[in-house]
Design a protein around this ligand. Sequence first.
Ligand code: TRP
Length: 361
Amino acid sequence: MAKIILTGDRPTGRLHVGHYAGSLKRRVELQESGEYDQIFIMIADAQALTDNADNPEKVRQNIIEVALDYLSAGLDPAKSTLFIQSQIPQLCELSFYYMNLVTVSRLQRNPTVKAEIQMRNFETSIPVGFFTYPISQAADITAFKATTVPVGEDQMPMIEQTREIVHKFNTIYGETLVMPDVLLPDNKACMRLPGIDGKAKMSKSLGNCIYLSDTEEDVRKKIMSMFTDPNHLKVEDPGQVEGNPVFIYLDAFCRDEHFARFLPEYQNLDELKAHYTRGGLGDVKVKKFLNNVIQDELAPIRERRKKYEADIPAVYQMLKEGSRKAEEVAAQTLADVKQAMKINYFDDQALIEEQARRFQA
Ligand code: TRP
């Protein structure tokens, strides 16, 4: 069976290094591995609208931002199909049929939806579209016959729900949909990077993100202002590395080779951590090292971005072609689904003949 990837992001803001460490970098590796027959990367604008109905302009502006983040991170339209969710009408049709296979109480139990409802203070005024977005996500995944869905841990309940829909559909209508598997990040530190202020999550509203599109100087300033161990006041004090954002970022990004290049007094991160824990290692030194490591990671991304920014119409053209290609694939799946459900009346010669005989008798 073909190995197919589908994943994506809501275009509600520029992507930050948390997105990069947690998913983008991995996608590029998967793309370069040559192990997958097809890779679909979706800008989930329709899903973004489920809780931004009053602000379509935000979604509209961020489509190009996310597309530029994708391209500069190394996703290559020659190898991966990049497309925009709202341009694939088949996804709505599939969702409509899948809705019959999911109960309200099952949706209410979806932990991610639950958490998001709380976070947004929706309480009793939950938009129906938002409430049902796990179903539309099942349509996204199954439309492309995805076998593999690389996402963060927070998306696990969505994949679980998709698998239930696939199982139910195939049980009722016959083997039609492909059962997807989740692919979680392999590096623990990559699962969720904290904000530069030490808060659990990078978020635009908290203003604690390092964006892929930040300038070199912005990144340096942000890193030098990062929250560390609040009890590490003097250089000679012992410091704590657990929960210390500077070390969490190093866990995510630094490799032994970075020590040889930027901080040769240490062989590896374990040695640096041991020194910090023991005392005698200042935050500024560690932050300067982290800055070197992150700049090294971001430099090629910045270079590629410049090239794509110079021809924005070409980026839209690429998305248009990707969307056309994605629609072709989704249309085939929808045809399979309608056939399985026996609602493909005009293609069903046996039905037409059977009805003809019935009325002649
Ligand atoms: N829910 C995902 C997010 O918030 C975006 C998304 C929409 C997605 N459809 C998907 C991810 C299908 C993986 C597969 O980032």
